[in-house]
Design a protein around this ligand. Sequence first.
Ligand code: ACO
Length: 363
Amino acid sequence: MANGLDDVVAAETVLSDIDGESGQLVLRGHGLDELAGRTRYAEALALLLDGLLEGLPAAAELGPALGRARAEVYLRLRGQVDSLADQPLFDGVRAMMATLPDGHGLQSALSLIAAPAVLVPALLRRRGGGNPVAPAPELDHAADILRMLDGAEPEPVRAAALDRYLVTVIDHGLNASTFAARVVASTGAGLTSAVLAALGALKGPLHGGAPGPVLEMLDAIGEAGKAEAWIAAELAAGRRLPGFGHRVYRVRDPRADALNAAIEQLRDAGAAAGGRLALAASVERAALAALARHKPDRPLLTNVEFYTALLLEALGFPRDGFTAVFAMGRCAGWIGHSREQALHGRLLRPRSRYIGPRPQQAA
Ligand code: ACO
């Protein structure tokens, strides 16, 4: 038995590939560095989902189609925002997404991709005592998300940073949430069911729930000079450092650098606090040195969540919203894998090894 299914191949995919030894992420034939910061999210969607959804528009038309989907989702779900605004944000988003039709086609896919983009800003504004802002379908996806959040069109550097984030996390091999989506899709259930399973898996702190705790760690450390001692105490107590380590990567997660580039652009434009970033850089250095001493045989390096935390904080998302923002980008990957499983896979049905007692044989 492979505990944790390490290295078990459970699906074939054309969507993405991770080389954990060289730190390469390939998305439909393109390296992450070719796409992040160069390709709009809607274009990345067109690339990722090509051939998997009947009627998928070409890249140039997918942005407007996604805009229309944002408007439709807002009209459909706006009435639920008030009653869910007191729930934890992720749970509120998940509850509303559960009410979307459980289809298999393009319309379901676009609604599910649009939903977190519309619902996170709506719930956050409601929670802050304001009114949700309706989507502007003609705007670029990332720019509209920030507009719905802030109530004003964002500076281009902020929209570009969020766009780069959404592209960077769009898909990532057979991670826990994607596997959950594929299991559900393999039964013939619709895309909403598959995405809900994925959302449940994403929520956990070992997967998409880590970026909030990254900021808690930075707050607890407070100043660079205290990083080493704080980290040593955490490791001595047997706790894990959020934002470090990965099941597949044995080198630095390439997504960390893709996101760091956006953070540096924000800092240079005066849109990210330099002090916070300097503290984060010191904490990262201290953590990497401490983890190398702590587990000399197991490379534990910076993962995507460390820079996700810094980027989303600079963009003005509250830390309890980070996992739902991750879902805004990753929903596309879940849908791509679900469609691939439905089109080309079989029912996923592994076996367990029974280690409990057997009934007594009659003498
Ligand atoms: N800090 C301290 N120790 C760690 C860390 C860490 N961040 N990560 C792993 N280790 C230790 C483990 O305690 C374990 O030690 P042990 O053998 O003495 O028990 C050893 O390294 C090997 O760890 P595994 O549990 O085998 O690693 P696994 O592949 O299961 O875990 C994971 C990967 C979950 C990402 C892990 O590194 C972790 O918990 N990191 C912190 C949480 C985090 O950042 N999650 C986000 C991941 S990125 C994403 O999913 C979007």
